[in-house]
Design a binder for this molecule. Sequence first.
Ligand code: BG6
Length: 504
Amino acid sequence: MTTNNPKSIIVIFGATGDLAKRKLFPSIFRLYHNGKLSENFAVVGVARRPLSNEEFRENVKQSVSHFQEENVSHDTFASHFHYHPFDVTNKTSYQELKSLLSTLDESYNAEGNRIFYLAMAPEFFGTIAANLKSEGLTSTEGWSRLVIEKPFGHNYESAKELNDQIRQAFTEDQIYRIDHYLGKEMVQNIEVIRFANAIFEPLWNNHYISNIQITSSETLGVEDRGRYYESSGALRDMVQNHILQMVALLAMEPPIKLTTDEIRSEKVKVLRALRPFSEEQAEEYFVRGQYGRGIVDKGEVIGYREENSVDPESNTETFVSGKLMIDNFRWAGVPFYIRTGKRMKEKSTEIVIQFKDLPMNLYFNKGKDIHPNLLVIHIQPDEGITLHLNAQKGGGATSTPIQLNYCNNCGDKMNTPEAYERLLYGCMHGDATNFTHWDEVALSWRFVDTISKAWESNKAQNFPNYESGSMGPKESDALLEKDGFHWWSSITTRLAVGNNDENI
Ligand code: BG6
């Protein structure tokens, strides 16, 4: 193991929850296995349920059991984990945790470095932060950092209230607000594709790009999260955070340096330039949808209103598409179309950059105009880039669409770090670049709040309005058609790797 990795104790609030089991423990395991954790690390699991250290370690081992690495013993790994039953509102609990942390500090020689990871119900975020400070858990020789899972508020007001509470205990540079999309390999790659290639950046503006499309579709429904989702909907759940973050990365100016502050300040400028619109205009720029019954992955599924903990007359949207305009010199006139939804045809996140047509057409493609150039960034499940070009095949004044493909994860998916793995690693190193700054959160909420207000006051009359297993309501197609565009379907844009004669 390397020794220059930071020593720290990670305290996970909500350690018996789903996120800890599915994402955090496996990510910590991979960091450990890849030598990215110092041997001087410990994890303290905190939750309400009484558990012994042994029981907790069994849970941890189970969640990493699919990693069968020869050189890492699951027992040794799990021995770094400790459990502490906890009541978030009771100060005695914090005092007990404090003395446990002091003991572990000594035994692991962790130099007082602490990460407090809040992976639990958001209503307790403020209370926990305040108590950590008032009970002295953040007063150590080393550093203390607070990692916060979403949702960060429900609208601008509640987010501000939460932020004000947290800021009384932690400074902005101690706060790491998670947006797990920022940990994804190909989301991080947006900047590299743009700023490390001489062929793209000169074209990356309204002179050459006609529109940009971001699609993040899911096949799953709301599963057991009906209660949360009823008060959230797709707009708050996906657009306010993940989608707007991708918009910011696609639209920002090159930062003068790759530092956290420079990158964040460029992203903030994009969010500030998002064209605001009135509640009346919300219907013109945005489309909402809710899934009805249908067929997904060859199986019949129920509609949203029939899901557990969902109001049978629910007005909650499970699909959003919209047209965003960025009013600055670079992007004036270029629509950014976004769409996201549950129970759609496939699980896929993809960005399509469509370049403008040539001034005149010398070649035809089977009697039709030539295919526009597209740059497709495949975020998931495939990770890669496809460049759609035109070339001659067979002679004559014809052109055939061809694709240049790069697949990042085709060889060995296991080698691509998980989003949470990167984010935890960044946090341990004090690198907040891939976390959201309060200014970004605030601007994003302000933007989506107008839409949610419009939708709350004007209930949807036609829900459910898309079948499960489709690509959303037809109004979403009409949104682009009135501008003379259409959504690029995944059949056209899919990353095709291998011996496909349409690929070079
Ligand atoms: C989460 C949302 O933030 O992102 C979920 O709360 C959604 O509703 C998930 O399913 C999608 O993440 P991913 O990484 O599967 O695209």
